[in-house]
Design a protein around this ligand. Structure first.
Ligand SMILES: NC(=O)c1ccc[n+]([C@@H]2O[C@H](COP(=O)([O-])OP(=O)(O)OC[C@H]3O[C@@H](n4cnc5c(N)ncnc54)[C@H](O)[C@@H]3O)[C@@H](O)[C@H]2O)c1
Ligand SMILES: CC(C)[C@H](C(=O)O)[C@@H](O)C(=O)O
Ligand SMILES: [Mg+2]
Length: 372
């Protein structure tokens, strides 16, 4: 397959983890005889420094022309410590999501069997966790009207949703639930918010056309508790933009590190793949950031294009690194392995499943558990 892939390394550890993802894509390209063309562009704080804009026009155009976008991370402490800065790295990512129409953000949360002792939660709580969050990505409070009065003493952010915005992501979530274990949980705050009540109405109506899927509802405060109390109860979680942002970072604790959680952002015509974590500025240049979230984003990219064996090959290589404990210090505090070595190990272990006799049933299950 020929694929044009736009690479946006971004800030902090973004370039370091993205480099490992690219190594893996190159290994897939070679092993399975594909042709991937990579073109790089800037976004975030580095783009502000270089071009005066967090999403330069040239970057946006490159992403629009590409088959897929692979992003590292954005964000810089000089903006985090100055929230009043009129120009911010995050604006670049939000604008990119909006311009590409990436309305569904898919974030799988899986407790890998080799890591159940690494979570701060008890092994018996996290074992068997396998759910996926469908987060609406281009609406809600992130994109509603923002106001600040002249004195700078009163501010507001509007949380607005239309039926159409809810239904397009809901359909994707129901389809995923149908292909998984048949359960969808809508997470909202319908006891308080009008927008959440609209979510319930629209999702309940759509649910009627998915009779194989059991739909239930949780208020977000309770959901935040249930996710760490009994994560195995979840299959697909559907939620609005901000709740999805928050509960996905919370969910990452289950697997042992946020450095493991990948995501796919899907639109009608574009798709972007990125770790859920940020630019982790404290780790920049130290070769300690976990590259697996970025590498598993590659697995999701390959699945998106129907390259299932290829995706499985990436997942199996990740699996091998976890089982052999070739991992970064977030998963093993005295680990001798850095970002680059973990990336090298995984890339070198990407083999066609038909030639890999070490693959066992668990690998195959893990490979197929992320349906996008
Ligand atoms: N999609 C994105 O690019 C994205 C996402 C979240 C935050 N951000 C931005 O990133 C900057 C830093 O934000 P933050 O500190 O709140 O969140 P962060 O995700 O960058 O880091 C939070 C903590 O998570 C852990 N962590 C993150 N990535 C890791 C990795 N690859 N390996 C191991 N551990 C990892 C570290 O303990 C870190 O202290 C901010 O500017 C923020 O706006 C960007
Ligand atoms: C950086 C920020 C705008 C972003 C978000 O809130 O969506 C991040 O936290 C994420 O989860 O991708
Ligand atoms: Mg986030």
């Amino acid at each position: 397959m020929n694929l044009n892939i736009a690479l946006l390394p971004g800030d902090g550890v973004g370039p370091e983890v993205l480099a490992q993802a690219v190594k893996c894509l190159q290994a897939v390209e070679e092993t399975f005889n594909h042709n991937f063309v990579f073109k790089e562009a800037s976004i975030g704080a580095i783009a502000i420094d270089k071009k005066g804009a967090s999403l330069p026009e040239s970057t946006l155009n490159l992403c629009k022309e590409a088959d897929a976008v692979l992003l590292g991370a954005i964000g810089h402490p000089k903006y985090d410590t100055n929230p009043n800065s009129p120009i911010r790295p995050e604006q670049g990512l939000l604008k990119l999501r909006k311009e590409l129409g990436l309305f569904a953000n898919i974030r799988p949360v899986i407790a890998h069997s080799a890591l159940v002792d690494k979570s701060p939660l008890k092994k018996e709580v996290v074992s068997g966790t396998d759910f996926v969050i469908y987060r609406e990505l281009t609406g809600g409070i992130y994109f509603g009207e923002k106001k600040l009065n002249e004195e700078g003493t009163v501010a507001s952010d509007l949380c607005e949703y239309s039926e159409e915005e809810i239904s397009r992501v809901a359909h994707l979530a129901f389809k995923a639930a149908k292909n998984r274990r048949g359960k969808l949980t809508l997470v909202d705050k319908a006891n308080v918010l009008e927008s959440s009540r609209l979510w319930r109405k629209v999702v309940a109506k759509i649910g009627e056309s998915y009779p194989d899927v059991v739909l239930d509802y949780l208020f977000v405060d309770n959901a935040a508790m249930q996710i760490i109390l009994k994560p195995t109860q979840f299959d697909v979680i559907l939620t609005e933009n901000m709740f999805g942002d928050i509960i996905s970072d919370e969910g990452s604790v289950i697997g042992g590190s946020i450095g493991l959680l990948a995501s796919a952002s899907i639109g009608e015509e574009s798709a972007l793949f990125e770790p859920i974590h940020g630019s982790y500025p404290q780790a920049m240049g130290l070769d300690i950031a976990n590259p697996i979230a970025s590498i598993l984003s590659v697995a999701m990219l390959l699945e998106h294009f129907g390259l299932i064996d290829e995706s499985l090959a990436v997942r199996n290589a990740v699996d091998k690194s976890l089982k052999k404990e070739i991992v970064t210090p977030d998963l093993k505090h005295d680990s001798q392995y850095g970002t680059n070595q973990v990336g090298d190990f995984i890339a070198h272990n990407i083999v066609d499943i038909e030639d890999d006799f070490s693959v066992n049933d668990e690998n195959i299950h893990l490979g197929k558990s992320t349906i996008i």
